[in-house]
Design a protein around this ligand. Structure first.
Ligand code: PRT
Ligand code: ZN
Length: 294
């Protein structure tokens, strides 16, 4: 009997799509898309990919139409705050792409007092619950106006006094004469699933998660090698970003020197290499890591 296939919901086209497909590719999954482009099938693991609008993903996962999905954490959080779901959604992994902020912004004339000046104001947003939670936490009494698109034009149309909208570079705010006042939520793509593990899918889901973890771990990770004076091992180890205990090897014919090898879990910058050199390190090599499994 063919094993049950895991159904993963992914945004069909938009700011999450490229990152989602890139992640699946890095997980070693080749997705063949159906002719209707609503559905794809992975060859290497029993996983089907449903191509949908991002806003539909939380409901599909909660209703069991899909087993897991990739959405912005802004969408997942707004859903969590609003739904009384039988099966609450769980953020299983933070995926680190499609980063953006949900920010309050207002026309310059209103911006001088900061977000506290929004007391009594109307604020247009696609994320009313996250926005209201922020105001409640700050003791500011503002009213939200729900808009599902083009939020940035609301002040000009006199629909609202300010906005709480997604910001990435800030160009859209600027083009609309809006000044950012406060960050309300930091967002990135996340993998969500219904809290109770889907029957019979545990093993496939676990296999997918292991691969995703491998990709996330190796994303910034580097393998660093160098030669160093034996008496500088501690100083050099302390400089290596995100490295567990490095491997120290003998160098033939050089009792005062060792080779140090380490996996750095964070990016290694030029400044770090310069500091290593200042501590007597030489022949420093920084290599990318393609795959990792803990
Ligand atoms: O069609 P579908 O419903 O699937 O897509 P959508 O149009 O609703 O969503 P999409 O693709 O725009 O965004 C999907 C997710 O990407 C969002 O929920 C966020 O988690 C994330 N994301 C990351 C962004 C942005 N960056 C972003 N810049 N979502 C929207 N924007 C908008 C922003 O609101 C602004 O209007 O892009 C515009 C440009 O931003 P600036 O600041 O760079 O000018
Ligand atoms: Zn959408």
């Amino acid at each position: 009997m063919e094993p049950q296939r895991l159904r993963l919901a992914v945004q069909k086209s938009g700011r999450l799509s490229d990152g989602s497909f890139e992640l699946l590719k890095q997980c070693g999954l080749t997705i063949s898309r159906g002719r209707d482009k609503l559905y794809g099938r992975a060859m290497e693991l029993p996983i089907d990919v449903m191509l949908v609008r991002d806003d539909d993903i939380p409901a599909f996962v909660a209703d069991g139409a899909c087993d897991a999905g990739i959405v912005g954490s802004n969408v997942a959080e707004e859903d969590r705050l609003g739904s009384a779901r039988v099966q609450p959604l769980e953020v299983v992994r933070r995926l680190g792409f499609a980063r953006c902020k949900l920010a309050l912004a207002a026309p310059s004339a209103r911006a001088a007092e900061g977000f506290r000046g929004l007391d009594g104001a109307r604020v247009a947003t696609s994320y009313p619950r996250i926005t209201e939670r922020f105001f409640a936490g700050q003791g500011v009494h503002a009213t939200t106006v729900l808009m599902n698109g083009s939020v940035e034009v609301a002040p000009r149309l006199k629909i609202a006094d300010a906005v709480c909208d997604i910001v990435s570079t800030g160009a859209t705010l600027e083009a609309n004469g809006l000044k950012p006042l406060a960050t309300v939520f930091e967002s990135e793509a996340v993998l969500i699933a219904a809290r109770a593990s889907p029957d019979g899918l545990g093993a496939v889901f676990e296999a997918l998660l292991k691969r995703i973890d491998g990709v996330l771990m190796s994303r910034d990770a580097k393998y660093v090698m160098m030669n160093a004076p034996r008496d500088r091992i501690d100083a050099i180890s302390a400089l290596l970003p995100g490295a567990a205990s490095p491997t120290v090897l003998e160098l033939a014919g050089r009792p005062d020197m060792v080779a140090i090898h380490a996996v750095c879990r964070e990016d290694v910058f030029w400044s770090t290499l310069e500091q290593l050199k200042d501590n007597g390190a030489s022949a420093i090599l920084v290599l990318p890591i393609e795959k990792m499994m803990a």
